[in-house]
Write a protein that binds this ligand. Structure first.
Ligand SMILES: NC(=O)c1ccc[n+]([C@@H]2O[C@H](COP(=O)([O-])OP(=O)(O)OC[C@H]3O[C@@H](n4cnc5c(N)ncnc54)[C@H](O)[C@@H]3O)[C@@H](O)[C@H]2O)c1
Length: 267
């Protein structure tokens, strides 16, 4: 179950957090992975930890907001491993500011990574996915990292919510678009609750500043309490969902939104 034997995945934002854990889990179930990130040193360290005897992981410099950067990353991935079967659009930013105080420059930086990055990545990798999908009974796969903030309202960063709402509906629309063209490419999104990564910690810091009078412990407690299962999510929780959607186990799924939030949005 959930095997990715022989598959090649390109993971944006793979240097740390959810992206790095996804790379590790994918390698453990048989895939080879290419990590694309602006953090070259962290990417190299993540790759070094994955490459044991065989070369199963490769790092490329990737700025998801830059079209030429995507072109170079796709070429590097195909040069390294010959094809791409899976794209994980994972790179993301969270501003954590009251939207009334955000500069237009910061908004444009957020959009460039969270939305333009997903658009450019999908477009740049589609030809490779189209080719590899024809060789697989369940096609190739794109997994987009949206958020619970892309499904329901969230009080801490409405601009982040707007970008993730865009990723949610872009996922469904590209799924329909590829299906209409008879392209063997499935597209699905994952919607994490608060996950214990640098970005997750940033959401707690923002909660402390905006909601609990700079009491960080109270903000952490509040964040945990919002999850009916009584804990924050882990990178492993999310990596497993991404691997599922990327695998043939999800062969009849496209345009789906997989919520992994400890019950937060169930109420
Ligand atoms: N952590 C959470 O609580 C949470 C919740 C919901 C959704 N998400 C989403 O999951 C994804 C991963 O989040 P994370 O928690 O691992 O965050 P993180 O901040 O730990 O990691 C994000 C990665 O994206 C990379 N990145 C940023 N800008 C980039 C760019 N221009 N080009 C290439 N890479 C870039 C960073 O360098 C970093 O390695 C994001 O899309 C995020 O919005 C996270």
């Amino acid at each position: 179950m959930n095997r990715l034997d022989g598959k090649v995945a390109l993971i944006s934002g793979g240097a740390r957090g959810i992206g790095a854990e996804t790379a590790q889990l994918m390698v453990s179930v048989g895939a080879r992975v290419v990590l694309g990130d602006v953090l070259d040193q962290e990417s190299a360290e993540t790759v070094a930890a994955l490459n044991t005897d065989d070369e199963v992981a490769h790092a490329v410099h990737l700025d998801v907001s830059d079209e030429d950067s995507w072109t170079a990353a796709v070429k590097a991935a195909e040069d390294a491993f010959g094809k791409i079967d899976i794209l994980v659009n994972n790179a993301g930013l969270f501003l954590g500011q009251d939207f009334e105080e955000v500069s237009v420059a910061d908004w444009e930086r957020l959009v460039a990574v969270n939305m333009t990055g997903v658009f450019l990545g999908t477009r740049a990798v589609a030809p490779a996915l189209r080719r590899s999908g024809k060789d697989s009974p369940h096609g190739s796969a794109i997994v987009n990292l949206s958020s619970i903030a892309g499904l329901v309202g969230a009080p801490l960063d409405p601009l982040y919510s707007m970008t993730k709402g865009g990723v949610t509906i872009f996922t469904k629309s590209t799924a329909l678009d590829f299906a209409r063209k008879k392209d063997p490419i499935r597209v699905n999104s994952v919607h994490p609750g608060v996950i214990d990564t640098q970005m997750g910690q940033q959401t707690i810091d923002t909660g402390a500043r905006l909601l609990t009078n700079n009491d960080r412990d109270a903000a952490l407690h509040r964040s945990i309490q919002r999850h009916p299962m009584g804990r924050l999510g882990t990178v492993d929780d999310i990596a497993r969902a991404i691997v599922f959607l990327a695998s043939d186990d999800a062969g009849f799924m496209t345009g789906s939104s997989l919520v992994v939030d400890g019950g937060l949005t169930a109420a």
